[in-house]
Design a protein around this ligand. Structure first.
Ligand code: CP3
Length: 354
């Protein structure tokens, strides 16, 4: 039995005593203890592949802050790596791939990897983290969305304008659809394997779907996420496994996202969460939506922002369920951990945690 299941109850829109909180990228370089462990591991990928160290860094933020959920320490780019594209991290340049998927021949060669062998290190980490958590809080599993994974596979790394993939979308939509098909089948296997190994909720990170025009978002990103939601094991060990869909920049498409059948929508900071709640009604829960850059301001300003978001959602009227407090995107590596502590404390205090 979970000692703290507030996060899962909020996602299912069941009554909660206070608003649960976790932070996107809560394990990472803003924590000195993470930097120390990463140094011992060698590279970032070696850290992801080392069960013991991946478990250790997953728990580090929980030992510092009273967070209501843990998130698997891994990366969305493990999936294209398992497809043989050769992920590496160039110092100071972010993720890169040795091989890209751009031509007709590249696409024809693309395959659904055997998740049970190629990504066993991820499910091993899930089992190990569950054991180490000892039911303190639920564990979130995750994957990139088919479109966001395709961005890295086609571009070969990060991009400021997504020129290569968007050109493919306009010029050869058939090629991009084929990539998205393979990614969708892979992500379904991957998330189901994480659920089987013990993930108690899952999040689909559609970090770059918001760069698509209206219509193209629905065709090239949302459609495939809806297929994933439909293909997931939604119950495990007698408990519902909620699915969160996070499209950064997706605030104008909330009704469409809610129609995928997901349990919750992740919001970036540009949307008013109260307005978002009125738009989706009781169809889904909402997660968000604090601007991660506001963590650079002094604690009093952080607290004011937290209060604004909780008030907008409607936390003061006893109807606070259906809201999981989070950042609108990942925490910056330059954040002062004391400011993250102030955020977590403010969410709990203002939402009535005893
Ligand atoms: O604590 C957690 O949230 C769990 C771990 C996690 C990481 N990446 C660890 C990581 C999660 C959930 C992710 C998701 C991820 N990875 C996304 C989706 C979320 C988002 O931010 O939009 C994306 C787009 C990636 C791809 C990726 N991985 C990039 C662009 C980078 C480099 C940018 C950076 O912050 O340096 C990574 C590397 C990465 N993933 C780090 C961490 C802690 C930093 C690597 C290091 O320690 O050097």
């Amino acid at each position: 039995m979970l000692k703290n299941d507030t996060f899962l109850r909020a996602l299912m829109r069941e009554p909660v005593e206070y608003t649960p909180v976790w932070m996107m990228r809560q394990a990472g370089r803003y924590l000195p203890e993470y930097c120390a462990t990463r140094k011992n591991a060698g590279s970032f990928l070696q850290l992801c592949k080392n069960t013991e160290l991946a478990t250790e860094v997953t728990l580090q933020p929980l030992d510092r802050f009273p967070l209501d959920a843990a998130i698997l320490f891994s990366d969305i780019l493990t999936v294209p790596d398992a497809m043989g594209l050769g992920l590496y991290f160039a110092e100071g340049e972010g993720p890169k791939f040795e091989r890209t998927v751009r031509t007709e021949e590249d696409v024809a060669k693309l395959f659904v990897p055997d998740v049970g062998t190629e990504l066993k290190y991820v499910t091993d980490a899930v089992s190990s983290i569950r054991k180490a958590l000892d039911n303190r809080v639920p564990l979130i599993g995750f994957s990139g969305s088919p479109y966001t994974l395709a961005c890295y596979m086609v571009e070969g790394g990060s991009s400021s304008d997504y020129r290569t993939i968007k050109t493919m979308m306009y010029a050869r939509p058939d090629l991009l659809h084929r990539i998205l098909e393979v990614n969708t089948l892979t992500v379904i296997d991957y998330l189901n394997a994480q659920i089987e190994a013990g993930a108690q909720a899952v999040q689909i990170f559609d970090s770059w779907g918001g760069s698509l025009p209206f219509g193209k978002y629905q065709e090239f990103s949302l459609q495939y996420m809806a297929r994933i939601v439909a293909g997931l094991k939604r119950e495990h060990d007698g408990r519902k496994v909620p699915v969160i869909v996070f499209t950064k920049g997706g605030g104008q498409w909330l009704e469409d996202i809610a129609a995928t059948g997901c349990d919750a929508i992740g919001l970036d900071w540009t949307t008013d969460i109260g307005e978002a709640r009125r738009r989706v009604g009781d169809k889904v829960a909402l997660q968000g939506n604090f601007d991660p850059v506001a963590l650079f301001a002094p604690p009093a300003a952080i607290e004011a922002e937290v209060e604004r978001i909780l008030t907008s959602y409607g936390g003061g009227d006893g109807l606070k369920t259906g809201h999981v407090f989070n950042l609108g995107h990942g925490i910056s590596q330059f954040t002062n951990p004391d400011h993250a502590a102030a955020l977590v404390a403010a969410v709990h205090r203002f939402s009535g945690k005893k």
